[in-house]
Design a protein around this ligand. Structure first.
Ligand SMILES: [Ca+2]
Ligand SMILES: [Ca+2]
Length: 366
C-alpha cells in the first residue's frame, strides 16, 4: 500500500471541493516505526490590482496533532512523521488578505484532518497484559494495615465510570455469583498515557482506558466482558514498541501515575508486572502514603483517601461534599472514603488526615 499516493488522492478530492472551510480525509494507516507523509492545502485568494490585472495570494498553514505530539517542522506544507499512536493531524491555514492597493474577496480558511491510525495487522501491534499492584488507604484496617473488605460495601456489578468527568463506556461487569465476589475491593480505571509528563503531572495524553477490579491481593484484574471471569488486565491493539505511563484512578482516592514510562515486555510475551506499592514506584512527590507495617512486617504504602471531588487535590471541597450529606447508608458514593458502604464521621476522619494533599497524576481530560 503506497500511503503517499493515497494522500495525494485525498488531496485531489479536497482541491475539487472549492471554498470548503473544513475537510475530512480518509484514514491513513501506519505500522510502528514506519513513516507517513502528509500534505497540507494552502488557502488561495484571487486579487485584482489597480490596473485590473488578476493575481493570487496564498497563505501557509501549520500542523498540529491531537495526541500532543511535537511536529518538527509544523509550518511545512508537506511533513513526514513517525507516528507512534493513532491520532488526528490537522493542517490549518488562515485566510490571506489581498495586499494594499488591490481588491478581492478574502479566501476561506482551511482545516484538513488526517486520521492517522495504527494498523492492527502490523507485527508490532498486539495485546499487552499488565499486572498492576496497588493498595487503597480506605480499604485498610487501620490497626493491622491489612486489606479489609466490608460486607456492607455495595460495589456495582458494572464498571462505574460512565459519568463525568470520566465518561468511560466499557462493558466490564461481574455477576453476583462469581467466586471472587468477596475478594473485590473496588473498581478502578486504568489509563495508558503517551508523552513526557511535566513535574506537575501534566503533559501526557491518554490513548487507552480499561476498568479493572482491585482485589484484596492488591492486584488489578481485567474482567472478561462476556463471562465476567477474571483475567489479566489487557490493553488490546497496542503499539508494542512504544512506552507508556500508566494512570490509576479511583472514585475517592488520589489518582496516581507510574514513576516512569514502561515498555511492553517482549521477552515475557508482552506481560508486565508493575508494583505500585512504594513511593518510588509512583510519579511525583510522596504520592503514596506510608501506613506502617502489615502482619508480615512489610511496609505498606497506599493511595491517599479523601478525594471525593476528583479534581486532583484533597482539600476543603472534599470535606464540603462529605458535609452535604454526612449520614448515608448502603450506597456507593464518593464520600464513603473508607469504603464501608456508609457515609459517617469515620470518613471525615480519613479526609482530615489527608486534607491538604496535591496529586501529581494527570487530571482527567474531558
Ligand atoms: Ca478534591
Ligand atoms: Ca464510610
Amino acid at each position: 500500500m503506497n500511503k503517499f499516493l493515497i494522500l495525494i488522492a485525498n488531496l485531489v478530492i479536497l482541491i475539487c471541493i472549492p471554498f470548503l472551510g473544513f475537510s475530512q480525509v480518509a484514514p491513513v494507516y501506519f505500522c510502528p516505526g514506519e513513516s507517513v507523509t502528509l500534505m497540507g492545502i494552502n488557502t488561495i485568494t484571487n486579487c485584482t490590482d489597480q490596473l485590473g490585472n488578476p493575481f493570487i495570494v496564498s497563505s501557509n498553514g501549520h500542523w498540529t496533532s491531537s495526541i500532543g505530539e511535537e511536529i518538527s517542522n509544523p509550518s511545512d506544507f508537506q511533513i513526514t512523521i513517525f507516528p507512534t499512536q493513532s491520532g488526528v493531524y490537522t493542517y490549518t491555514t488562515t485566510s490571506p488578505m489581498c495586499p494594499e492597493g488591490s481588491t478581492g474577496p478574502i479566501g476561506p480558511s482551511n482545516s484538513i484532518n488526517y486520521l492517522v491510525l495504527l494498523d492492527e495487522s502490523c507485527p508490532n501491534v498486539g495485546n499487552w497484559e499488565v499486572e498492576l499492584q496497588v493498595t487503597l488507604e480506605g480499604s485498610l484496617n487501620s490497626s493491622t494495615n491489612e486489606v479489609e473488605i466490608s460486607s456492607e460495601y455495595p460495589i456495582p456489578s458494572g464498571q462505574p465510570f460512565h459519568n463525568p468527568p470520566n465518561e468511560y463506556y466499557g462493558f466490564e461487569f461481574f455477576h453476583s455469583y462469581v467466586p471472587y465476589l468477596n475478594s473485590i475491593v473496588d473498581w478502578v480505571l486504568v489509563e495508558l498515557h503517551i508523552g513526557t509528563p511535566n513535574t506537575d503531572g501534566t503533559g501526557t495524553v491518554p490513548i487507552n482506558r480499561k476498568a479493572g477490579l482491585l482485589l484484596n491481593d492488591n492486584i488489578i484484574y481485567g474482567v472478561d466482558e462476556v463471562t465476567a471471569e477474571l483475567m489479566p488486565l489487557t490493553f488490546e491493539e497496542v503499539n508494542l514498541i512504544d512506552d507508556y505511563y500508566i494512570v490509576i484512578r479511583h472514585k475517592n482516592h488520589l489518582d496516581i501515575m507510574t514513576s516512569g514510562s514502561i515498555v511492553p515486555d517482549a521477552s515475557n510475551n508482552y506481560q508486565n508486572t508493575i508494583p505500585l506499592l512504594h513511593i518510588d514506584d509512583v510519579f511525583g512527590v510522596e504520592q503514596l502514603k506510608f501506613m506502617g507495617t502489615n502482619n508480615n512486617g512489610e511496609d505498606v504504602y497506599a493511595m491517599y483517601a479523601g478525594e471525593g471531588t476528583w479534581d486532583g487535590v484533597i482539600q476543603t471541597t472534599d470535606y464540603d461534599l462529605w458535609s452535604e450529606n454526612p449520614a448515608i447508608l448502603n450506597q456507593y458514593v464518593p464520600t464513603d472514603y473508607n469504603l464501608d458502604g456508609s457515609v459517617q464521621s469515620t470518613d471525615y476522619d480519613l479526609w482530615f488526615l489527608n486534607k491538604a494533599k496535591i496529586g501529581n497524576a494527570p487530571l482527567i481530560q474531558e
